[in-house]
Design a protein around this ligand. Structure first.
Ligand code: GRF
Length: 187
């Protein structure tokens, strides 16, 4: 099987990146990670790229042309799919259009519920009984593209932001690989 070339965008810890790298070791997994992009020099997740000899590129997003710098790298590396994993910058419509291929994102709620930031806090405040995570296609609206995979868990009364985050992220490490398998099985 010829694996697709993926680029993972991160801003922070990169635990989803770590889990995806782990999955790429499986012969049947449809992607390899050929590039990691971060908008944050201090993102701990860059370490996973280093450890696994994956080329990485940190871009200063205060620069006006930062998206064209990213696009250049992506084109040079012949990237087939972008996976956002905790990337805290919104991609412009222009970027999405110019890349022209699938961009996925993972969000820690059962979308369309609780788009945007402070998700766990909103879930607890709203006394939700269930929550989960969603892998979706990125479009020009925040957390709004086509849903590929969704996984659900129960929210208990004793749950806190920390416990919800812990449980949801464990789900995410299964949801993202599943979404990639689903996408490339049918394409
Ligand atoms: C994930 O929980 C994801 O849902 C959200 O950002 C978090 C990133 O975590 N978009 P990590 O950097 O992969 O550890």
């Amino acid at each position: 099987m010829v694996k697709k070339r993926a680029c993972v965008f991160i801003s922070g810890k990169g635990t989803n990146l770590k889990s995806l790298i782990h999955n790429t070791r499986n012969y049947n997994f449809p992607i390899n990670i050929n590039l990691v992009i971060s908008n944050n020099y201090l993102a701990a997740g860059i370490l996973f790229a280093k450890k696994n000899s994956i080329p990485y590129f940190v871009v200063d997003t205060s620069q006006r042309n930062f998206e064209s710098l990213i696009l250049k790298k992506i084109k040079k590396n012949k990237i087939d799919i972008i996976c956002l994993a905790g990337y805290m910058k919104i991609l412009s419509q222009n970027f999405i259009k110019n890349f022209g291929k699938k961009i996925l994102n993972i969000h820690p709620s059962l979308l369309p519920k609780f788009k945007g930031l402070n998700t766990y806090y909103k879930i607890i405040k709203n006394r939700e009984v269930h929550t989960g995570c969603t892998v979706h296609v990125v479009n020009e609206k925040l957390d709004s593209g086509k849903i590929i995979v969704q996984k659900k868990i129960t929210v208990y009364r004793h749950d806190s932001v920390e416990s919800l985050k812990y449980k949801t992220q464990k789900l995410e490490y299964r949801a993202y690989p599943e979404a990639l398998i689903k996408i490339f099985r049918y394409n």
